[in-house]
Write a new protein. Structure first.
Length: 103
């Protein structure tokens, strides 16, 4: 599943892979893209934000999803806490059965 946020001069792209069981580890794929900022995001802050978004979405939806893979653009727009909101939006759409979400 992936989600993007574009607001004027800022944008964010996030892809996650959901699991119904707790993974041994979360794989993180963060690659810079040409044409984006030369400043890299703090990977640990992005991962923390994604996991916080997962926690909040699970609490709100009454679900117990896990994330096994996180992919984002390493030189995307700050702040890293944006990825919490993106994760919540993704899980909300997934839970609602949005057919436009890629698996």
């Amino acid at each position: 599943m992936s989600v993007s946020r574009i607001t004027g001069g800022q944008d964010n792209i996030l892809q996650i892979r959901l699991s119904m069981t707790e993974p041994d580890a979360v794989d993180v794929d963060a690659r810079p893209l040409a044409g984006f900022s030369s400043t890299l995001l703090d990977e640990s802050k992005v991962v923390s934000a994604v996991m916080e978004g997962l926690r909040q979405a699970n609490a709100e939806l009454g679900t117990s999803y896990w994330i096994s893979h996180i992919r984002f653009v390493a030189n995307d727009s700050k702040p890293e806490k944006t990825y919490s909101l993106l994760t919540q939006a993704l899980l909300g759409q997934y839970y609602a059965g949005n057919p436009s979400l890629g698996a």
